[in-house]
Design a protein around this ligand. Structure first.
Ligand code: AMP
Ligand code: MG
Length: 338
């Protein structure tokens, strides 16, 4: 179906219209503190099927279920371990998704065929109002076409979803800019499946034992089951070939000088700008800023017609690990160490 995609304001009227569409089984893009989500009633199979269709998302890639208040967790999750309660108390509402055994009420299409769901209570007020008014939980993956960089403003969503969905609620630019942290629970440990704003170090301050899943840093060997299915796909990618280049500015400059061409660009730090003599976009100096900028800049390279993008390697601590993880996937794990 071809839609005329409406842009709704995040006021009472816009939020009401979004909620009505969601109630009637439609898909609406909504702002969250992480990235824009492509939302539908998590309990309605037909509605959820429309999300997969609009994104072109593989059916085995589960959707995160968004709730508007803490107690709703018990409507959808069969068991909530003590460790999850402690983390929710500290980080909810906020960008932390917890993988828990699901109740039967959540259809398999929502969980990508798994017996678990990823569940999250977002802090974005507009998102929470829309969830509340729609009277259900909302399944909402990032509102981009599958494989392309996640959208962090309504314009990004429009670029990917125009004609594919009835409406986008424009809540401005997302605070965090990268998707939520995803964790699961096993015996006495918390496993970090996808890094985000809630960092490995943050989790360690609350839970004694936190394990970083190897899927964060490397491509899974063929045949190994991804604990976080989204992590097995090339992802977050502009059309250009992205290459992460690890090393200091001097060696980065000399590397780029040897590989420069008309359609070669670099993504560098703000503080590199004055010293860097080749075509570039900057993505900040701090990890927080880089998280906010990364997807916007990756999309910008497409508009510039870039064919190769060399990226200055970010810090890997704190939220920097989330930035590095997204870049690794955009680069299809291509890293050059100088
Ligand atoms: P997105 O909403 O596009 O950021 O993608 C959601 C991601 O969360 C998926 O790709 C998975 O990696 C992860 N996820 C969601 N639900 C589950 C689950 N039940 N088990 C493991 N990972 C999950
Ligand atoms: Mg996504």
């Amino acid at each position: 179906m071809i839609y005329e995609t409406k842009i709704l304001k995040p006021n009472e009227e816009g939020i009401n219209e979004a909620a009505q569409l969601l109630k009637s089984g439609e898909v609406v893009a909504i702002p969250t503190e992480t990235v824009y989500g492509l939302a539908a009633d998590a309990l309605n199979e037909n509605a959820v099927a429309k999300i997969f269709k609009a994104k072109g998302r593989p059916q085995d890639n589960p959707l995160i279920v968004h709730i508007a208040n803490f107690e709703s967790i018990y409507d959808y999750a069969k068991e909530v371990p003590e460790a999850a309660l402690k983390l929710a108390e500290k980080f909810w509402p906020g960008p932390l998704t917890m993988v828990l055994p699901k109740k039967d009420i959540v259809p398999k299409i929502t969980s990508g065929g798994l017996e678990t769901i990823g569940i999250r209570l977002p802090s974005n007020e507009t998102a929470r109002k829309i969830i509340r008014l729609s009277g259900t939980a909302l399944a909402a993956p990032s509102a981009n076409l599958s494989g392309s960089p996640s959208p962090t403003c309504a314009g990004h969503v429009f670029d990917d979803m125009n004609g594919r969905i009835p409406a986008i609620v424009d809540g401005g630019s997302c605070d965090v800019g990268v998707e939520s942290t995803v964790i699961s629970f096993e015996n006495d440990a918390v496993r970090l499946l996808r890094p985000g704003f809630v960092s490995f170090e943050d989790l360690k301050r609350v839970s004694e034992k936190v394990i970083a899943d190897e899927g964060i840093f490397q491509k899974l060997e063929d045949g190994r089951k991804a604990l976080s299915p989204g992590m097995k796909y090339k992802h977050y990618s502009p059309k250009a070939r992205v290459i992460i280049v690890e090393g200091n500015l001097e060696s980065f400059i000399s590397y780029v000088s040897m590989h420069d061409s008309e359609k070669t660009y670099s993504m560098i730090f703000d503080s590199d700008k004055n010293l860097f003599p080749f075509k570039n976009l900057t993505y900040g100096d701090t990890s927080l800023r880089q998280a906010h900028e990364i997807f916007d800049k990756l999309r910008e390279f497409d508009k510039l017609g870039a064919e190769i993008v060399f990226v200055r390697c970010p810090q890997k601590e704190g939220i920097g690990l989330a930035v590095y993880n997204r870049l690794l996937r955009a680069a299809g794990f291509e890293v050059i160490t100088l």
